[in-house]
Design a protein around this ligand. Structure first.
Ligand SMILES: Nc1nc2c(ncn2[C@@H]2O[C@H](COP(=O)(O)OP(=O)(O)OP(=O)(O)O)[C@@H](O)[C@H]2O)c(=O)[nH]1
Ligand SMILES: [Mg+2]
Length: 387
């Protein structure tokens, strides 16, 4: 019924790329947009393609669909859904990924209708984090986020089934029993991960207390902006950098000192992305506290990326959600070596930078502006601190 309310404009059609990906990884990617502009939806879809590749999926084709009124059952109308399922089948792609969060009910309906694996943006990001997690803390954080995600999706399924009261799955009785078992198991997983994490966070808090007197500066920003590269060039560190999304999951702190007297602690942490799953933000809270409790946040931006304004906005929104909006911010416009024209950068970003923010133009790769930034950081207490 609800699907009758859907009105969609079909985009210019699917883009198709023939390839020899392993069968199980072949993925058809669907972007859906409602109120945002087409450019912004296209940029988000490109980013989602990267996220899919990072998660080990091979995108065989993608399309952007405009939906005026999303439907509760499938987000899209049923005709549109069947058309997409046919294309995915045509492309031998047993995975369909949506570039936005779907409700648990929508996801289940899609999986049933298409008879294939269906993921949304949150599911793909969680998969990447699971692949990247190396330390025990990161693994626990990801475990907690995944279990909570599964729990909420299970809850959605459960509500849906019970509302149907005696629908076909329930009639078998097995669905209900299985859900109850899964629910209990997930509850145990969540509790175990939470306890273990609390212990690790207490140790982290203790370490923080011990170095309380030193000024702390946190590198924060969109994934791939160059945070780790900046830590390396500012502090002569050797943190892993990579041209990939979410290269860093664990915070790394290095001491920065000029004359042996004035030192500060510089912390690199996990990158952000639009529509980060809330479960992940919760789970990474103790890691992100490094940023919350800093004396200064360096908001690192890839100034050469046309999406920089959205990335700044996303980062500020997450910081606000974390309660870090009172920490002073300096905006670090990185990758200036890739920007032909500084005025253009200023023009593009003028609405994204607050009047009270200090701005630095740098390149972690060529070293442009790095000495100046280091000097300013070292004398931070006297020069950069807002009243
Ligand atoms: N051209 C250019 N490339 C840069 C610069 N800074 C970083 N990069 C490149 O950008 C990519 C990402 O750099 P990282 O330092 O790993 O980025 P990050 O912000 O730590 O990324 P995550 O850990 O994934 O959040 C790498 O390929 C770097 O070599 C720069 O100033 N200029
Ligand atoms: Mg990094």
């Amino acid at each position: 019924m609800a699907e009758l309310h859907a009105e969609e404009d079909r985009d210019t059609g699917a883009t198709r790329q023939a390839n020899d990906a392993p069968d199980a990884d072949r993925t058809y990617l669907v972007g859906v947009f409602t109120t945002e502009t087409r450019e912004s939806a296209e940029a988000s879809l490109r980013e989602m393609g990267n996220l899919c590749r990072t998660a080990g999926l091979t995108v065989t084709g993608s399309e952007l669909v405009r939906v005026r009124v999303p439907t509760p059952a499938l987000y899209l109308g049923s005709g549109q859904a069947d058309r997409i399922i046919a294309i995915a089948q045509d492309m031998s792609s047993p995975v369909i990924v949506f570039d936005q969060p779907l409700s648990p009910v929508q996801m289940r309906n899609w999986a049933r209708r298409a008879q294939c694996e269906v993921y949304d943006r949150h599911g793909v990001i969680l998969e990447i984090f699971a692949r990247r997690a190396r330390t025990r803390e990161a693994q626990l954080q990801v475990e907690l986020a995944r279990a909570e995600y599964a729990q909420s999706h299970l809850a959605g399924m459960w509500q849906h089934l019970s509302r149907q009261g005696g629908g076909s799955r329930l009639a078998r009785g097995e669905g209900e029993k299985q859900i109850e078992i899964d629910r209990r198991r997930l509850h145990q997983r969540v509790t175990r991960a939470r306890h273990a994490l609390e212990k690790v966070s207490r140790q982290r808090a203790l370490r923080r207390e011990r170095r309380d007197q030193t000024t702390r500066v946190a590198l924060v920003g969109y994934t791939n902006a160059g945070k780790s590269s900046l830590l390396n060039s500012l502090a002569n560190a050797r943190v892993r950098i990579a041209d990939q999304l979410f290269a860093t999951l664990d915070p790394v702190t290095r001491r920065l000192s000029a004359d042996g007297r004035h030192t500060l602690l510089l912390t690199d942490t996990v990158g952000f992305v639009r529509n980060l799953p809330p479960e992940l933000i919760n789970a990474f809270h103790s890691t992100l506290e490094e940023a919350l409790e800093a004396d200064l946040i360096l908001l690192v931006v890839d100034a050469s990326d046309p999406e920089a304004p959205v990335q700044i906005e996303t980062t500020r929104t997450i910081l606000r959600k974390l309660g870090a909006n009172r920490v002073p911010v300096a905006v670090i416009l990185n990758k200036m070596d890739r920007c032909a024209d500084r005025h253009r950068v200023e023009l593009t970003l003028r609405r994204s930078i607050n009047r009270e923010d200090r701005v630095f133009y740098v390149s972690a790769t060529t070293g442009e502006g790095i000495d100046h930034l280091r000097q300013e950081l070292i004398s931070y207490r006297s020069t950069m601190r807002s009243s």
